[in-house]
Design a protein around this ligand. Structure first.
Ligand code: FMN
Length: 326
């Protein structure tokens, strides 16, 4: 895809909606994205998927790249560092797929990933980051974005990395305002994101970190000058955040969901998960989501302890239905 086409693609995407659902491993699967889309999320990202896993037919890959019916603007996020593997994953697996674009994970701080030179390890070496990105861009028939952190090894070099990614043909970069060492501790540094935003010549830069409501959205947009904001953890158990921000942007009053409405979303989420991953996996994965959905609800702690032993779909559906009715 031509560089200008890719850049125009992302600016147009953001014109429609500048609030993006972050990629989160173990969270943003097709079931979760379905619920977020139901609340108005438009641009969404899969969990990170290994390029190596795609090429060598890892059995988990298929579930990771399943797309639901409300996903016209979902990106697949891949991770890897080997240029040949990255371009094979794109050429053999992703070109021609229904994903709107491809995002490259260059921010994951987890040892299992960085010890292979993948994720945030790429931030260490801008030349290598450039080559990895270029291998994806050159192989792809879709627009390509990337997601980075501020830096690694105590060095902040997001501005330099944004420029290298733009040079490689990446059309949009998301910057999470923490270094790799910080994992999720402390606060995202919006001042440093702002420097990265200013370093881009033509591509949009998205700011990410610690947005949990409309005022957080306004803060990150104002403080960084970014073209959009990406939301991760705050959407867990609260997919309604997309509707809340959209309503506030339109100047409309927003009524937060009642507990019954939260439980209705939880039920829809669970039923999607059940069909998509089967009873055993759905029950084990949904326990975590249920904890988030019931956060702050009266009797929430007792409910969370009750579901910790649930292994049957009926147990979840009966309980959630009873909570909708009460
Ligand atoms: C459970 C979890 C899984 C994550 N998995 C990914 C991932 O697969 N790819 C990625 O780029 N970032 C991942 N992240 C980072 C988020 O995308 C995001 O950058 C981070 O949570 C900061 O945004 P927030 O403050 O809005 O949550 C993950 C974060 C969490 C909490």
């Amino acid at each position: 895809m031509k560089r200008t086409e890719s850049i125009d693609y992302f600016w147009n995407l953001l014109k429609e909606d500048d609030v993006l659902l972050a990629p989160m491993a173990g969270v943003t699967d097709a079931a979760f994205r379905h619920i977020c889309a139901g609340s108005g999320a438009r641009v969404m990202f899969t969990e990170m998927v290994s390029a190596k896993g795609m090429v060598y037919g890892n059995k988990n890959t298929e579930k990771l790249i399943f797309l639901g019916p409300r996903e016209d603007h979902t990106a697949v996020q891949i991770f890897g560092s080997d240029e040949a593997l990255l371009s094979r994953a794109v050429g053999e697996y992703l070109n021609g797929s229904a994903f709107a674009f491809i995002d490259i994970n260059m921010g994951c701080p987890v040892k299992k990933v960085t010890s292979n030179g993948e994720g945030s390890a790429l931030l260490r070496d801008t030349e290598k980051l450039y080559r990895a990105a270029k291998s994806v861009v050159d192989a792809s028939d879709k627009p390509v974005s990337a997601k980075i952190r501020l830096g690694i090894d105590g060095r902040i070099n997001a501005a330099e990395n944004v420029q290298a990614l733009e040079e490689a043909g990446v059309g949009m970069v998301t910057v999470h305002g923490r270094t790799a060492e910080m994992y999720y501790s402390g606060h995202a540094d919006y001042g440093q994101i702002a420097l990265a935003v200013r370093s881009a010549r033509r591509i949009p830069v998205i700011a990410n970190g610690d947005v949990s409501d409309y005022s957080g959205y306004l803060n990150i947009m104002t403080d960084t000058g970014a073209a959009g904001a990406m939301i991760g953890r705050a959407a867990m158990g609260n997919p309604f955040i997309f509707a809340e921000i959209a309503a506030a942007k339109r100047g409309e009053a927003y009524a937060p969901p009642t507990n019954a409405e939260k439980m209705a979303a939880a039920l829809e989420h669970f039923e999607f998960l059940l069909e998509y991953k089967g009873e055993h996996t759905a029950c084990s994965e949904f326990r975590r989501h249920f904890c988030y959905y019931t956060k702050g609800m009266p009797g929430g702690a007792a409910l969370r302890s009750q579901v910790s032993s649930y292994e049957k779909a009926e147990q979840f559906t009966d309980l959630i239905r009873s909570l909708i009715d009460c």
